[in-house]
Unconditional design. Sequence first.
Length: 196
Amino acid sequence: MEQLVEIPVFPLSILPLPNELIPLHIFEFKYRQLLKDVEEKDVRFGIYYTHGLNTDRVGALMRLEGILKRYDTGESDIVTKCVDTFLLTRYYNQWLPNPYPGGRVYMLNANENKQVSEGFSEEFKSFMALKKIKDVGADFNIHDIANELNLDIGDRLKYLKLLTEDKRESFLRERLKYQKFILEQEKRHRNNFFLN
């Protein structure tokens, strides 16, 4: 936790992981204004996960990747990408002089040095082969693996609170083993079920 900054904040009931692409439909006036500022000033904004489980106040720093559609009503469909994570220390319902919320956050620098060990890399490639995806490439990092595992919200929170690579890799290795077991069981029993 090195950097304390203030950013625009979009409170939502989602928690993106680093490198995850998130589509959003922007319809409220204050968030249309936020989108305008993001486009014109190339600013990043936070998605703060608004759930009681989020006792550590974890959020995701987002970058606009593109506008998919603009509607006559002023609404927009956009795609954003999570580029970092943060801990929210203070929330402002209105981040003056703007009409939208904001907050004071500690940036967690989630994308610094996130490579995986060779052993875990091979385990991941083996898992992907079970899913019939052969060409995984070599440039994936720990967050790409986390995204591929489709972690539930509780696991997302646990994962983001782990700040060392060893702990994150150990955490994901357990999830990977479980999902690999499920895939193997599905494959093994696929032909054992018959329709009436």
